[in-house]
Design a protein around this ligand. Structure first.
Ligand code: HEC
Length: 131
Protein backbone atom coordinates (compact mmCIF):
# COMPACT_ATOMS: atom_id res chain seq x y z
CA UNK A 1 0.00 0.00 0.00
CA UNK A 2 1.34 3.41 -0.90
CA UNK A 3 0.89 6.53 1.14
CA UNK A 4 -1.08 9.42 -0.32
CA UNK A 5 1.23 12.04 -1.84
CA UNK A 6 0.09 15.05 0.25
CA UNK A 7 1.14 13.18 3.37
CA UNK A 8 4.62 12.59 1.94
CA UNK A 9 4.83 16.25 0.96
CA UNK A 10 3.90 17.35 4.46
CA UNK A 11 6.59 15.05 5.85
CA UNK A 12 9.21 16.44 3.48
CA UNK A 13 8.29 20.03 4.40
CA UNK A 14 8.37 19.24 8.11
CA UNK A 15 11.80 17.63 7.70
CA UNK A 16 13.14 20.66 5.83
CA UNK A 17 11.87 23.02 8.53
CA UNK A 18 13.37 20.86 11.26
CA UNK A 19 16.81 20.82 9.61
CA UNK A 20 16.87 24.59 9.34
CA UNK A 21 15.93 24.96 12.97
CA UNK A 22 18.55 22.54 14.18
CA UNK A 23 21.37 24.32 12.39
CA UNK A 24 20.65 27.46 14.39
CA UNK A 25 19.88 25.90 17.77
CA UNK A 26 16.48 24.28 17.93
CA UNK A 27 16.06 25.02 21.63
CA UNK A 28 16.04 28.79 21.09
CA UNK A 29 12.42 30.01 21.53
CA UNK A 30 13.00 32.68 18.86
CA UNK A 31 14.05 30.03 16.34
CA UNK A 32 10.94 28.03 17.27
CA UNK A 33 8.72 31.06 16.74
CA UNK A 34 10.45 31.94 13.46
CA UNK A 35 10.11 28.34 12.25
CA UNK A 36 6.45 27.99 13.18
CA UNK A 37 5.73 31.40 11.60
CA UNK A 38 7.31 30.33 8.30
CA UNK A 39 10.19 32.84 8.37
CA UNK A 40 12.82 30.11 8.05
CA UNK A 41 11.46 29.11 4.65
CA UNK A 42 13.17 32.20 3.25
CA UNK A 43 15.62 33.28 5.97
CA UNK A 44 18.63 31.85 7.74
CA UNK A 45 20.40 33.13 10.81
CA UNK A 46 23.93 32.68 9.49
CA UNK A 47 25.20 34.54 6.41
CA UNK A 48 26.61 32.66 3.43
CA UNK A 49 23.71 30.27 2.92
CA UNK A 50 22.39 29.35 -0.50
CA UNK A 51 18.89 29.52 -1.90
CA UNK A 52 16.99 26.63 -3.48
CA UNK A 53 18.80 26.89 -6.85
CA UNK A 54 22.25 27.38 -5.37
CA UNK A 55 21.80 31.10 -6.05
CA UNK A 56 21.58 33.80 -3.40
CA UNK A 57 19.24 32.95 -0.50
CA UNK A 58 15.62 34.07 -0.88
CA UNK A 59 15.78 36.53 2.01
CA UNK A 60 18.76 38.11 3.80
CA UNK A 61 20.51 36.22 6.62
CA UNK A 62 19.43 37.71 9.91
CA UNK A 63 22.97 38.40 11.06
CA UNK A 64 23.35 40.52 7.92
CA UNK A 65 20.10 42.32 8.80
CA UNK A 66 21.44 42.95 12.29
CA UNK A 67 24.73 44.34 10.94
CA UNK A 68 22.94 46.58 8.40
CA UNK A 69 20.58 48.22 10.91
CA UNK A 70 22.89 48.26 13.93
CA UNK A 71 22.54 51.46 15.95
CA UNK A 72 19.83 52.90 13.67
CA UNK A 73 17.13 54.67 15.61
CA UNK A 74 13.64 53.32 14.99
CA UNK A 75 14.97 50.25 13.14
CA UNK A 76 12.96 47.83 15.32
CA UNK A 77 9.66 49.60 14.61
CA UNK A 78 10.41 50.03 10.94
CA UNK A 79 11.42 46.39 10.45
CA UNK A 80 8.43 45.13 12.44
CA UNK A 81 6.23 47.12 10.08
CA UNK A 82 7.99 45.59 7.05
CA UNK A 83 7.59 42.08 8.47
CA UNK A 84 3.85 42.61 9.01
CA UNK A 85 3.01 44.40 5.77
CA UNK A 86 5.72 43.07 3.44
CA UNK A 87 8.59 44.81 1.69
CA UNK A 88 8.35 47.09 -1.32
CA UNK A 89 9.57 45.28 -4.47
CA UNK A 90 10.36 48.64 -6.08
CA UNK A 91 12.53 49.72 -3.17
CA UNK A 92 14.39 46.58 -2.19
CA UNK A 93 16.81 46.99 0.69
CA UNK A 94 18.66 43.83 -0.40
CA UNK A 95 18.76 44.20 -4.18
CA UNK A 96 21.43 41.97 -5.72
CA UNK A 97 22.11 40.22 -2.42
CA UNK A 98 19.02 38.00 -2.27
CA UNK A 99 17.07 36.05 -4.87
CA UNK A 100 13.63 36.95 -3.45
CA UNK A 101 12.13 40.07 -5.04
CA UNK A 102 10.24 41.10 -1.94
CA UNK A 103 8.97 39.76 1.35
CA UNK A 104 5.23 39.07 1.36
CA UNK A 105 3.18 40.39 4.30
CA UNK A 106 3.51 38.02 7.26
CA UNK A 107 0.48 39.32 9.16
CA UNK A 108 -1.35 36.09 8.28
CA UNK A 109 1.32 34.03 10.05
CA UNK A 110 2.41 36.09 13.03
CA UNK A 111 1.01 38.59 15.57
CA UNK A 112 2.56 42.04 15.66
CA UNK A 113 3.87 41.58 19.21
CA UNK A 114 5.57 38.34 18.17
CA UNK A 115 7.03 39.96 15.06
CA UNK A 116 8.43 42.73 17.24
CA UNK A 117 9.98 40.17 19.57
CA UNK A 118 11.60 38.41 16.60
CA UNK A 119 12.89 41.68 15.13
CA UNK A 120 14.45 42.68 18.45
CA UNK A 121 16.14 39.31 18.62
CA UNK A 122 17.29 39.60 14.98
CA UNK A 123 18.78 43.04 15.68
CA UNK A 124 20.69 41.61 18.66
CA UNK A 125 22.32 38.85 16.60
CA UNK A 126 25.26 40.86 15.28
CA UNK A 127 26.64 41.67 18.73
CA UNK A 128 25.82 38.16 19.94
CA UNK A 129 28.06 36.89 17.15
CA UNK A 130 31.07 38.78 18.48
CA UNK A 131 30.80 37.89 22.15
C1 HEC B 1 8.48 34.17 1.21
C2 HEC B 1 9.78 34.50 1.71
C3 HEC B 1 9.89 35.24 3.05
C4 HEC B 1 9.28 34.93 4.26
C5 HEC B 1 8.30 33.80 4.56
C6 HEC B 1 9.79 35.89 5.21
N1 HEC B 1 10.66 36.75 4.61
FE1 HEC B 1 11.67 38.28 5.52
N2 HEC B 1 12.42 38.84 3.71
C7 HEC B 1 12.25 38.19 2.51
C8 HEC B 1 12.91 38.93 1.44
C9 HEC B 1 12.95 38.55 -0.03
C10 HEC B 1 13.50 40.07 2.06
C11 HEC B 1 14.30 41.19 1.38
C12 HEC B 1 13.40 42.41 1.16
C13 HEC B 1 14.14 43.54 0.47
O1 HEC B 1 14.87 43.26 -0.49
O2 HEC B 1 13.96 44.72 0.88
C14 HEC B 1 13.18 39.97 3.49
C15 HEC B 1 13.58 40.90 4.44
C16 HEC B 1 13.40 40.77 5.80
C17 HEC B 1 13.92 41.69 6.80
C18 HEC B 1 14.74 42.96 6.48
C19 HEC B 1 13.79 44.02 5.92
C20 HEC B 1 14.50 45.27 5.44
O3 HEC B 1 13.80 46.27 5.19
O4 HEC B 1 15.72 45.29 5.31
C21 HEC B 1 13.52 41.24 8.03
C22 HEC B 1 13.80 41.84 9.39
C23 HEC B 1 12.74 40.02 7.79
N3 HEC B 1 12.68 39.78 6.44
C24 HEC B 1 12.16 39.27 8.80
C25 HEC B 1 11.25 38.23 8.56
C26 HEC B 1 10.46 37.57 9.60
C27 HEC B 1 10.53 37.88 11.09
C28 HEC B 1 9.69 36.62 8.97
C29 HEC B 1 8.65 35.67 9.58
C30 HEC B 1 7.56 36.28 10.32
C31 HEC B 1 10.00 36.70 7.54
N4 HEC B 1 10.94 37.68 7.34
C32 HEC B 1 9.42 35.89 6.56
C33 HEC B 1 11.55 37.01 2.32
C34 HEC B 1 10.75 36.39 3.29
Amino acid sequence: MTRPIPFMLALALAAAAATGAQAAGADDPNIKLATSSGCMTCHQVEPGGKGPDGLAPIGPAWKDVSAKYKGQKGAADQLTHTVMTGSNPYDSHWKGKVSGLAMPPNAVAIKEAEAKQLVKWILSLDSAQKS
